[in-house]
Design a protein around this ligand. Structure first.
Ligand code: ZN
Length: 74
């Protein structure tokens, strides 16, 4: 069973080019993205509020991601 997944995004700041990480939670029952194209189909990802920890720019480019499924013991 899938109870949703947390996706760790590796992003590059659009302002100062700093690399940082941000986690997005995907709701249960929507599966998990397998590649970048699928990742961008999730509104939770497209609408994620990025904020660079260095320059606070709200825009960033996703350079990589890692899915961490949250499996809850029944
Ligand atoms: Zn920045």
């Amino acid at each position: 069973m899938c109870d949703g997944a947390s996706v760790l995004l590796h992003v590059r700041c659009g302002g100062c080019a700093k690399l940082y990480q941000q986690t997005v939670i995907l709701p249960a029952g929507q599966g998990v993205p397998r590649d970048g194209d699928e990742l961008m189909e999730y509104p939770e990802v497209r609408n994620a509020n990025f904020q660079c920890p260095k320059c606070e720019a709200p825009y960033a480019e996703i350079v990589a991601f890692k899915v961490r499924e949250t499996n809850r013991a029944a």
